[in-house]
Design a protein around this ligand. Structure first.
Ligand SMILES: Cc1cc2nc3c(=O)[nH]c(=O)nc-3n(C[C@H](O)[C@H](O)[C@H](O)COP(=O)(O)OP(=O)(O)OC[C@H]3O[C@@H](n4cnc5c(N)ncnc54)[C@H](O)[C@@H]3O)c2cc1C
Length: 290
């Protein structure tokens, strides 16, 4: 990596202005992807704009029944947060399954999303939980759904001067539960395949709402829309969940590489969807809400 400059602004306004001033500028969060990728062309003569001195970007706050997580919150802080463990279990599990302790202590949720690594863990959980992102730009703030963020491997839809500031998760109704299941690459620890499931039950025990998403299996994290549609209205016994999980490979183009074939990832997607759904339903059954 050739570093042209390192800047550490105190305010978001300043950071956004610095990022917009040069196409070589890059936001620096935990640095656990950015600083370890010297061969990426985007790192040539980079101007690093460090976000760490900007206050208020690493808070976890309950707002209007949902939660707002600052973009600079580390994966360790998310994995260890009791409220996230209880109400947004899939996110706590995904953050806890990412990398090792050293990585989790530095890597941030904003960096994990913006990096757009196709095997990153948090995107699947955030898709399943219906996350929205707050994005700061030179003339204000906009809201962006998580599923519009990734456009290809290591490519996001943010403009040069934009910074993710907050990840918002909606309130979880009573009788909701979620879970994340992953098969890791043994060396890099990224997901060869990871599936998150989020389920809300109706008072009669049938599935009122269901959303699943996969990471690692395709070029970008993807919502498994067919699974959610197939699950709605059904009684979630083991046989039904296995049948519903068979919809997981619908409309998805699986990627093969030297670590795992496309067919293996297709199979994993179905297996992990069944496991994630089963645990999400278990949690929903015992969760009175709040
Ligand atoms: C050994 C190792 C193992 C890992 N294993 C896993 C794993 O199993 N699962 C997993 O999910 N991840 C894994 N990671 C990746 C880790 O989670 C990354 O650090 C993370 O994905 C990037 O977060 P960061 O805060 O370090 O971002 P940085 O490296 O600082 O930045 C990454 C990219 O995001 C941009 N960016 C950062 N913050 C923002 C923001 N707020 N707004 C806009 N753009 C921003 C940067 O400009 C850069 O392009 C691993 C990393 C390592 C080194």
């Amino acid at each position: 990596m050739r570093l042209a400059d390192y800047l550490a602004p105190d305010s978001l306004d300043e950071a956004v202005a610095l990022l917009g001033a040069s196409t070589s500028s890059r936001a620096l969060a935990g640095g656990h992807s950015l600083l370890l990728e010297p061969n990426r062309s985007r790192m040539t003569d980079a101007v690093l704009v460090d976000l760490r001195r900007i206050s208020g970007l690493a808070d976890i706050e309950v707002r209007r029944g949902g939660v707002q997580i600052g973009a600079m919150t580390t994966l360790a802080a998310i994995a260890n947060d009791k409220m996230i463990q209880d109400r947004y279990s899939a996110l706590a599990e995904a953050a806890g399954a990412a990398g090792d302790a050293q990585v989790r202590n530095r890597a941030t949720i904003g960096g994990n999303l913006a990096d757009a690594n196709p095997g990153a863990d948090l995107p699947a959980a955030l898709l399943a939980l219906g996350a929205e992102l707050e994005v700061r730009h030179p003339s204000g703030t906009r809201t962006q759904t998580a599923d519009g963020l990734w456009v290809g491997p290591f490519e996001n839809s943010l403009r040069q001067s934009e910074v993710i500031t907050v990840v918002s998760l909606p309130p979880q109704p009573a009788q909701s539960g979620s879970a994340y299941e992953k098969i890791s690459h043994p060396a890099t620890l990224y997901a060869i395949c990871g599936v998150a499931a989020s389920v809300t039950l109706a008072p009669d025990g049938t599935i009122r709402a269901c959303r699943c998403a996969v990471t690692g299996a395709a070029t970008i994290p993807t919502t498994l829309a067919a699974v959610g549609q197939a699950a709605a209205g059904l009684t979630p016994d083991a046989e039904t969940l296995a049948t519903v999980a068979e919809q997981a490979d619908r409309n998805l183009t699986f990627e093969g590489d030297r670590f795992a074939s496309a067919e293996y990832r297709r199979n994993l997607t179905t297996v992990l969807t069944e496991r994630a759904l089963t645990r999400a339903v278990e949690r929903a059954t015992t969760n009175a809400g709040g």
